[in-house]
Design a protein around this ligand. Structure first.
Ligand SMILES: [Zn+2]
Length: 223
């Protein structure tokens, strides 16, 4: 079920008051329109009608796609300590409430960045697995090791030549694209499956570059 609440917000820039609808839960089946709003970056994004200042509302949101067996828990924060705390809270409450048992075969993701949320939705919409994508992103960034710290890589789209990734270089202030053939994706996917990775979750997971590094070091979620 999709759930929202209306809130009056004071613009942090010009102090103008305005009303915003904050979504705490989005279920794709019930609300396809909300999903397209999310993908265009409109959900839980405050835009001041007076000065056009934009800011992400600091509210957690649950994204649920029953058809794709995907659930994403989004808790916006930049604080790594708070992130770990909230992640543990999500795991604990999901396990205690019995919700976890009902989500067998699901991919369960915990996320703190808005862009990452959009990227995950895109990845699963394209019938891809984000664990494989994270490993490929590491491979792309490792092609220029010296610059990998100043770069961020995100899945963009599927094109005729394969999977297109966007590489943002913060120092050079440039965006590059890199295309990986679908056959390379399939090869990485196959080898991860062979090493024991399961393409679904047994608990909530943070699937990011750290996770991908662990996968490459032989870790798997087959427990
Ligand atoms: Zn304003």
């Amino acid at each position: 079920m999709s759930i929202n609440l209306k809130q009056s917000v004071k613009c942090p820039k010009c102090s103008q008051m305005s009303d915003i609808t904050v979504w705490s839960s989005i279920t794709v089946k019930d609300s396809p329109d909300l999903k397209s709003d999310l993908l265009s970056g409109k959900i839980n994004m405050f835009k001041c009608p007076s000065c056009e200042n934009m800011a992400l509302m600091p509210h957690p949101m649950l994204y649920h796609d029953e058809e794709k067996r995907l659930m994403i828990s989004f808790s916006p924060t930049n604080d790594p300590v708070l992130k770990e705390q909230m992640f543990q809270n999500v795991k604990e409450s999901s396990s205690k409430s019995g919700e976890l048992e009902k989500l067998e075969g699901y991919n369960l993701r915990f996320i703190t960045e808005y862009n990452e949320l959009l990227e995950k939705v895109l990845i699963f919409d394209n019938e891809l697995n984000d664990k494989v994508i994270e490993v490929i992103k590491l491979m792309i960034l490792s092609q220029d090791v010296e610059k990998s710290e100043q770069r961020n890589c995100r899945f963009g789209k599927i094109c005729d030549d394969g999977l297109e990734f966007m590489i943002h270089d913060f120092i050079e202030n440039q965006v590059y694209t890199s295309t990986v053939p679908k056959s390379s994706y399939d090869t990485v996917y196959k080898s991860l499956l062979e090493s024991g990775m399961k393409p679904y979750s047994f608990d909530w997971e943070v699937v990011d570059s750290t996770y991908a590094t662990r996968l490459l070091n032989g870790f798997n979620n087959n427990f």
